[in-house]
Design a protein around this ligand. Sequence first.
Ligand code: SF4
Length: 324
Amino acid sequence: MKTFDYVKADSPESAVVAGGRFIAGGTNLLDLMKLQIETPERLVDISRLDLARVEERADGGLTIGALVPNSDLAADARIIKDYPVLSRALLAGASGQLRNKASTGGNLLQRTRCYYFYDTAMPCNKRVPGSGCAAIGGFNRILAVLGTSDQCIATHPSDMAVAMRALDATIVTLKPDGDRRRIAIGDFYRLPGDTPHIETMIEPGELITHIDLPPPPAGTQLYRKVRDRASYAFALVSVAGIVAVENGRIASAALAFGGLAPMPWRDPAVEAALVGKTPSTAVFEAAADALLADARGFGSNDFKIPLTRRVLIACLRDLTGEAA
Ligand code: SF4
């Protein structure tokens, strides 16, 4: 491993001016450093900052400190009661040991699990810009079918972020100049385009301090994850759904998807195909058509397209109470 400086921050303000890579749980970063995919000159340890609480907001929502461990957040009584989609997504991710260490902020920033990104003998535009993409034309079973570019077809691996996308979370940051930013999660992630190595709107030295959840949404919530084994596996496809039915019609719908795209995916056309309609198989199929209109497989991930259609329709049946 390459040598690096280690600094322990005692406040968010001191962390952002310390000039290094932040480390909290380290559940992804340490693996990347061992493989020399990430080689920071300086690590800034933020694990002891006072950012590990979940607090109620005046508007009825919650503020989640960036250092709340994933396991604590999943077990928080307010999350279980009012945001069950988030609790279930968290519990679908990683393993118990990893959830104990992984932080909420770090979970948002974890990097793709594309096999070739971790294999330094292979070309990868995300790891080495301009080197090529071994996954296009390679084994791409777990990779994306939406939002790809000819430079990168990686997926974002988080379950938690998919639920937060459906919940319209806001990410709160602190910059080295002292400015704070509030970034809607829908604006937080970037598509790969020609710069797949730039994954979020976070700027150098900018620290995630909190994640705000709006007041609890109306309706039924669900998180469903389809994967190659029952635990400790990333999603082939996942659905975070929040749907309210009133007077026999779909009054509101929020649907976000994991395992399909370089970011937690949400498409307004899917929700537009549902809202105002009487739940039925034809309506659910129209929503799936909207989601998958631009989907493109790359060989070994072609199966994700029909799989996603089936999973979405099954989720919509459960969310609306419409029998098959
Ligand atoms: Fe790298 Fe992206 Fe291609 Fe994977 S899909 S090899 S991360 S450029």
